[in-house]
Ligand binder design. Sequence first.
Ligand SMILES: NC(=O)c1ccc[n+]([C@@H]2O[C@H](COP(=O)([O-])OP(=O)(O)OC[C@H]3O[C@@H](n4cnc5c(N)ncnc54)[C@H](O)[C@@H]3O)[C@@H](O)[C@H]2O)c1
Length: 512
Amino acid sequence: MSTDTSPTQSFPAPFRTLGIVGTGAMGRGIAQIAAQAGLTVYLHDVRDGAVAEAQDFIAALWSRGVQKQRLSETDAERYRASLKEAASLDDLATCDIVVEAIIETLEAKQSLFTQLEEILGEQAVLATNTSSLSVTAIASACRRPERVIGFHFFNPVPLMKIVEVIPGLRTTDEVTERVEALGQAMGHFTARTTDTPGFLVNHAGRAFGTEALRILGESVTDHVTVDRILVDQGGFRMGPFSLLDLTGLDVSHAVMESIYHQYYEEPRFRPSPLTRQRLTAGLLGRKSGAGFYRYVDGKPQVVDEPPLPRAQPCPVWIGAEDDDARQTLSRLVEAAGWPLEDGATPSTEALCLISPLGEDATACALRLSLPPERSVAVDLLAGLERRRSLMTTPVTRDSMRNAAMALFGHDGTPVSAFSDSNGFVLQRVVACIVNVGSEIAQQGVAAPETIDRAVELGLGYPRGPLAMGDHYGSRRILTILDNMLAATGDPRYRASPWLRRRATLGLPLTTP
Ligand SMILES: NC(=O)c1ccc[n+]([C@@H]2O[C@H](COP(=O)([O-])OP(=O)(O)OC[C@H]3O[C@@H](n4cnc5c(N)ncnc54)[C@H](O)[C@@H]3O)[C@@H](O)[C@H]2O)c1
């Protein structure tokens, strides 16, 4: 595993001695960057030998850093010397702060913190790395809940340069500020969030997978096409189904259900019966050799895209509803050398191109009084650069669909064509991401700029949700959601007031 072993201390850490309880995947990562920030680190684990394993693991990373000349031998030696074993909890007595990364149950974490309160000094801070439990609930078992805080890192800790700092309802500002300063001294962006289900990053990540699963559940297209569209058109590093496979459905389905229920069945987070079923079948993803993709030697098996159909040029009539869309489509038709009709209505031969937002091809064609048999919808949300998405009505003729595919692929750009859907794949997923991000801002979970930065770092999206809305145009995102809500009646698509107000006033979505 590659890692970042560079000294991260940019200013003195506000704590000198840090304890880690639980030296698994997370605990060892936190220990590593704490040592690199100049802290003395005590490690404790219930399992015999676990601390030694963690020390060896971290020391090996530092040795590799020295070999690759990213780290001096002197620094590596100093770091190694700062990692100490705490054979029992009593050995943590001198710590200014203890971070727990043990099993994810409320009882275990409460029991650990109540024991630690008896051992540590009055001023010591108790931090939890929980990703799904309430910090306030963990603190409620403690005598000094004001000294308990969430300090939520992401895996792998040294590479994921973000930590959520989550004060419980009774945590003091002084504790919050010192823990924020610690996170920064460890080289991480600190995202202060309220103690709400999923905190910030896992909450903001709810739309990507759940909307992709809905698209699959409506038989709009297959998982490979959804992934290709979101990578090529959306600029995401990985498609939602590749990501579900990487995380494993045992983890991701549980997170989907947990956040959905913790928000009292909020429809925007509704999980999918598809993943429950696949989980039951053992199709977890990479770790089980098969998920949405099948894996051979760790590589997903993906069939090449079929060649585009060949078709003779036919007259094309553009039913775009704004000038930009009309010009974009006209330029493409002219570049392909196909005849472009300029009459007020299409001839009886013409392929009719439409570019709906959040509407299906059928509704859009009928609203514009166009023949659904000859109508093909094109997604213009992200332009026509890296991939082109087409959508047909249930009665679009094969000849017209093939003509549209040949036209849009004339210059070698890949084309995906799928069945009628209230909104194209990219529109649906992006609109849901922007909407969930807007609602996070509306609920005051974090400041707008924190939301965007945390999502870029924590989820690796090309932009944070608010910046994404501004990039595509918040009015267009609002239109997509309003049309999806009108067509489906599903409250999942109701627009956040944060989004509606700013889009209507023409303000950036990052406006506080
Ligand atoms: N793995 C992730 O991606 C991730 C990300 C963020 C947060 N978290 C959270 O971090 C915590 C740890 O997760 P992990 O993935 O490192 O788990 P892990 O299973 O890799 O490690 C947990 C370690 O804690 C030890 N342990 C369990 N109960 C203990 C106790 N009562 N006292 C002392 N040690 C105990 C275990 O022996 C084990 O070494 C969990 O709360 C988890 O939800 C995990």
